[in-house]
Design a protein around this ligand. Structure first.
Ligand code: ARG
Ligand code: ASP
Length: 729
């Protein structure tokens, strides 16, 4: 009987632990710590996050706002994904020195390459500041006044909170406005490129394999943090020295097996796990299909050019990858939401929830929530769709229009703040323009424009299209904009922007391209955006109350705050999955699989001769396992965009993998997490070491790291120490 109970308990804990969740690292004690230990973790919560002693968090900075990285040596060596360092690697590449194609390795520190505008940010400590931020808010009546008061409180606390001069402060909301946390940060800006494998390794499988399992990508790159003589943040200087971290991650040589505990530590960007069913329905039926169609067209055009022209391929590599990435994600997400029946499941949950509200006698407070959601979502729909078209066509995928919109903002600034404000912004804008034109190809953009403006004018909600653009001849419009606009060249734009404020405005307004952007921009800002913002503010308020209600009434649930680009812990196990009837996926892939996928000279599946040679002689050094070279593995960790580059950590705090993606069937995890099919994909650290050591011959980097054998017991750990010592001598 006892045994049965225990079994049942274990079963329950296991099931719960597979429900996902992205947890705040300073609040792990209690339920999370227990769950993690039940899953096999040998550390305590304070080994992960502590303000008084060094802990794992001190090795895990955010990488340039959108990715995660980890420190893996005492000299500030930083590991992240190849796709996270991609634009840096690209920016140092030319047709002659093509680091994207051939890889890059600094064999000594002097060869490491500085990067413009690259920063990594560590978290020093996290504090709950909900009381301070919500002070005086409750008494206010309108949502707008409440938000204003909150912003005031945030800005006051920002100024008054005690910190060192070289530190920063971030205040972020959790649970949709029900909780506020303050982060003390340290940002380093002298970050140098240390190593990157060729794209045939770092981006193996490219877009065909993106978001897909089984996967075989060596998606890693290496950087180094430099600091001033006091180990503090400093802008680039040749006198800066390698940063000494408070903690760095030892690297495990022992790999993973199915059911091993894993913890992923990083900066998930954004999830919306608590949306009502009606919102998910709109994603599935309206917004995702519209965005997918736009990007479909943009990608087809660009791909055609990139395959034919090497220079264009370099120019557009990074932009293309970014656009393709979410295009493909939205397709998978839509399919997953349909297949998992997410809308119906949410509807059922909502019915149960409505019962709970009644049972708790909370109708006055929460009784209308769901009906209000329905009403507001219905009302906002045309504005949301129109806004998506504007964002995707004008701001994101047509470069000339995107630039044009920045010019249009000059005119707006002038109207609001006068001539000097325009001149200041102009100077700022001109500084960045050479980078823009370095990667701009007129023919590519013209063809993209022709495709996308057609969708915009003919398929976005027609009531918001400016009258003079209805029934436009697309070919003529394209020819006139791209044939005459000065925005098509660097020299031309500089000409447009030369002179005093009034001259600039006159020049701009005479330009055909500018005229078009202005017309689209004005229509959007007048007819779409204000109403969108107004309803959206209502929706945010509803969402906040809905969250509060769930926290109150679902006391048994594991409710975690949606991702908001702050440091989170997610944990689970190494585990395969069954994507469809009769198909089962193993959790680990091997180098053999790369050879199976190999297509000579293919732009996605080519394999370099060097790697083939290593494979043929099975020269894997200490990194192989039973004569095979592990490459990628999957687990039940709940991750999202921004978790790329996150360390996958074993039960003892060692680095076993590098997170970089999710599986196709589970990409809907941002909206609805299904533990049966949602998996994150990681590079096995042994593959990273193998590529650095055997492929690139960068022994210097291996020697910096601390390699450990957590599974093979103390005996071999000792041996390892002796070995490490010998290496040094
Ligand atoms: N899907 C992964 C993520 O969202 C990897 C993206 C990079 N790779 C690519 N082929 N675009 O970032
Ligand atoms: N590839 C994503 C990233 O760049 C991770 C994910 O969405 O799973 O952060």
């Amino acid at each position: 009987m006892k045994f049965l109970k225990l079994l049942l308990l274990l079963f329950v804990v296991q099931m719960q632990a597979q429900q996902g969740g992205m947890w705040i690292p300073s609040l792990l004690e209690g339920m999370n710590e227990t769950e993690m230990k039940n899953l096999g973790m040998k550390m305590s919560a304070s080994d992960i996050y502590d303000v008084n002693k060094s802990s794992l968090k001190d090795a895990v900075p955010q990488f340039n706002g959108g990715c995660t990285a980890e420190v893996i040596s005492s000299k500030g060596l930083l590991l992240t994904n190849h796709h996270c360092g991609y634009s840096q690697i690209q920016s140092h590449s030319t047709v002659e020195h093509d680091y994207l194609t051939d890889g890059f390795w600094a064999m000594k520190m002097e060869d490491e390459i500085p990067n413009k505008d690259l920063e990594v940010t560590f978290i020093v400590k996290i504090e709950d500041v909900t009381t301070q931020i919500l002070n005086g808010v409750e008494a206010l009546n309108s949502e707008a006044d409440k938000q204003k008061k909150i912003q005031e409180n945030i800005s006051n606390l920002n100024k008054s909170f005690a910190k060192e001069s070289y530190q920063g402060i971030k205040i972020r909301t959790f649970f949709e406005g029900n909780q506020y946390m303050l982060f003390v940060t340290e940002s380093y800006t002298d970050i140098r490129l240390v190593g990157a494998p060729p794209s045939s390794i770092g981006k193996f499988g490219s877009d065909t394999d993106n978001w897909v399992w089984p996967r075989h990508t060596g998606d890693f790159s290496l950087f180094r943090i430099y600091a001033d003589k006091n180990n503090r943040p400093a802008d680039y200087s040749k006198d800066n020295i390698p940063y000494t971290p408070k903690h760095f991650l030892p690297v495990s040589l022992d790999g993973v097996s199915e059911d091993d505990f894993t913890l992923v530590f990083g900066y998930p960007g954004r999830t919306t796990e608590y949306l009502p069913a009606v919102a998910i329905e709109q994603i599935v039926k309206e917004t995702n299909p519209a965005k997918i169609e736009i990007r479909d067209r943009a990608l087809k055009v660009t791909d055609g050019f990139m395959r034919k022209d090497k220079a264009i391929k370099i120019q557009y590599a990074s932009k293309y990858a970014g656009i393709a990435n979410y295009w493909k994600k939205w397709i998978g997400e839509t399919q997953g939401l349909i297949k998992s029946n997410a809308v119906q499941i949410k509807r059922d949950q909502e019915a149960t929830f409505q019962q709970k509200i009644i049972k708790a006698g909370k109708q006055a407070e929460y009784g209308n929530l769901l009906a209000d959601f329905e009403k507001n979502y219905e009302e906002i729909l045309p504005y949301t769709v129109s806004r998506d078209y504007f964002m995707e066509v004008v701001l994101r995928n047509t470069e000339l229009l995107g630039l044009g919109f920045k010019l249009y903002q000059l005119e707006q600034i002038q109207a609001m703040r006068g001539d000097q404000a325009l001149m200041d912004r102009r100077d700022n804008l001109v500084d960045g323009l050479d980078d823009f034109y370095k990667n701009f190809n007129l023919q590519v953009d013209e063809k993209v424009f022709e495709q996308l403006i057609d969708l915009y004018l003919n398929k976005s909600p027609q009531q918001f299209i400016p009258a003079d653009l209805k029934n436009t001849n697309i070919a003529q419009l394209t020819a006139s904009v791209y044939g005459t606009s000065k925005m098509t060249t660097y020299a031309g734009v500089k000409e447009l922007l030369t002179g005093d404020s009034q001259t600039v405005l006159k020049n701009l307004n005479n330009d055909k391209g500018y005229q078009l952007v202005k017309s689209l921009g004005e229509a959007f800002l007048k007819n779409v955006n204000p109403k969108y913002e107004q309803i959206n503010t209502q929706l945010s308020a509803l969402q906040r109350t809905y969250m509060k209600a769930q926290l109150e009434l679902n006391t048994d649930a594991r409710i975690f705050p949606d991702a908001n680009s702050t440091l989170r812990v997610t944990y689970g196990k190494v585990k395969g999955y069954e994507p469809r009837d009769a198909v089962a996926y193993e959790p680990v892939t091997y180098l053999d699989g790369i050879m199976e996928k190999y297509i000579p000279n293919d732009y996605e599946f080519d394999v370099s001769q060097k790697l083939i040679d290593l494979y043929n002689v099975k020269d894997y050094g200490p990194y192989g396992e039973n004569g095979k070279m592990p490459v990628n593995f999957i687990g039940t960790n709940h991750t999202t965009g921004g978790n790329s580059g996150s360390p996958a950590i074993d039960a003892n705090g060692n680095l076993i993998g590098l997170n970089f993606d999710r599986v196709w069937e589970g990409t809907m995890s941002d909206v609805y997490y299904d533990p049966a099919i949602c998996r994150n994909i990681m590079v096995d650290m042994r593959y990273v070491l193998f590529i650095i050591d055997k492929y690139a011959g960068a022994k210097n980097l291996i020697d910096e790291m601390k390699l450990v054998h957590p599974k093979k017991g103390k005996q071999s750990a000792k041996k390892q120490k002796v070995k490490n010592k010998r290496k040094k001598n």
